[in-house]
Design a protein around this ligand. Structure first.
Ligand SMILES: [Zn+2]
Length: 87
């Protein structure tokens, strides 16, 4: 098993919303409670958090009606959607 503190190389291009925009990388959100999948609006994210803001370890509230869950950002890396979580 890999050590816990190993750096996830594939997270690098997803470090900031500015880099995501430059690389036109695919980004989506999924809810850990209801599993709904939403498109991430990069314009809104940059407006709200700035280009230096990061989707890694960011868990906004689910936007689905009547769900109190939290969402996780996912990037499309190597053909699969991976959660953008550092730990
Ligand atoms: Zn939800």
């Amino acid at each position: 098993m890999a050590p816990r503190n190993v750096t996830k190389i594939w997270l690098e291009p997803y470090r900031s919303f500015g880099e995501l925009r430059r690389g036109a990388l695919p980004l989506r959100l999924t809810c850990r409670t209801c599993n709904v999948i939403l498109r991430a609006d990069l314009d809104v994210l940059i407006w709200a958090r700035g280009r230096a803001g990061s989707p890694i370890d960011l868990h906004p509230r689910c936007k689905r009606w009547d769900c109190n869950g939290h969402m996780v950002f996912q990037g499309h890396v190597g053909g699969v959607w991976r959660p953008l979580i550092s730990g």
